[in-house]
Design a protein around this ligand. Structure first.
Ligand SMILES: [Zn+2]
Length: 310
């Protein structure tokens, strides 16, 4: 991870903790207004301190442990029966907003890191469409694309077990490919998967930055293209192609992901032939290999319009 972004993120996490702890101290001070609570709390704390003192001086604890157990029980019962909210409200239950657990970044930290890089690198955000929206008609998703929805909902529900490693959705502009991709991405993110959505344009900026060994957010995003559970590259064919860069990186990312059992979805306005012309036969056969791939062409003709009228 890049030091500059790590220190920026560490500062954000530290602020989150300070806020959560300040909020707790306000609620705790309010609870201490209750005399009985104050007594129970003070009794528990002084037993804890005494136990600590004796143990540091290697003195016998006597009946202190039992007394502390009783005091803790009385304290806990009082807190529950009076509905006192005196826990810190951390956003992450795993790391308590520290961002790190045993010197390793927490999942919440990695997500925040990726968000920070995307923001710094001006990467297009993931559109906010969901399978639950129920407004496909309104969004202009054509009927052929709509027919793919149940299959991809199943793919998301069964993500870890799905043998599908590569999907190629090709079709004319305006058939609703991006809407479908966004539904898939948002569903999987909700299910805790690490999903990276990039437009082909952003993808080509990232690989160029990596190729030029730039020490910036774009280049730093390169690893996420390899490591994520699902990589979505939207609108292939519209990005600038850099000689000796774009195609080579494209092949190596696709190869790496397929070889590591990771899933990738590509969308494009290009037909199969146009795709081969632009990216080559090898890329096409890797992406559309029947053993693990699903490829489809969604034409722009709205099926509703060609149904005979009754
Ligand atoms: Zn966390």
């Amino acid at each position: 991870m890049n030091k500059q972004f790590v220190s920026k993120l560490n500062a954000e996490f530290s602020n989150k903790r300070v806020e959560a702890e300040h909020d707790l101290s306000v609620r705790f001070a309010a609870a201490m207004q209750d005399q009985r609570f104050g007594e129970l709390y003070t009794a528990k704390r002084s037993l804890e301190n005494e136990l600590l003192r004796r143990s540091s001086m290697k003195l016998d604890a006597g009946d202190l442990r039992q007394r502390l157990k009783d005091a803790t029980k009385a304290y806990d019962e009082y807190v529950i029966s009076h509905n006192l909210d005196i826990e810190a409200h951390y956003q992450c239950p795993i790391c308590h907003d520290k961002g790190w657990v045993d010197d390793k970044p927490c999942k919440c930290y990695m997500e925040a890191y990726s968000d920070l890089l995307r923001k710094e690198a001006l990467i297009s955000p993931l559109p906010d469409f969901n399978f639950e929206d129920n407004r496909l008609e309104e969004l202009g998703v054509n009927e052929k694309t709509q027919q793919l929805y149940p299959m991809f909902q199943k793919f998301c529900d069964n993500f870890d077990y799905s043998k599908l490693r590569s999907v190629y959705l090709s079709g004319a502009v305006g058939v609703g490919k991006t809407t479908l991709l966004s539904c898939i991405a948002n569903k999987l993110i909700k299910n805790g998967k690490y999903v990276v959505y990039v437009t082909a344009f952003d993808w080509s900026r990232i690989v160029l930055a990596k190729h030029l060994s730039k020490n910036d957010a774009l280049s730093e995003l390169y690893d996420s293209l390899l490591q994520c559970d699902l990589l979505i590259i939207d609108d292939l064919g519209t990005e600038p192609m850099y000689k000796n860069v774009s195609l080579e990186y494209f092949l190596s990312i696709v190869d790496w992901r397929i070889n590591h059992g990771k899933k990738t979805i590509l969308s494009s306005n290009l037909t199969g032939d146009q795709f081969v012309k632009r990216y080559g036969e090898r890329a096409f056969s890797r992406i559309c290999n029947k053993a693990y791939a699903y490829a489809t062409y969604i034409d722009g003709i709205d099926l509703r319009k060609i149904k005979p009228k009754h």
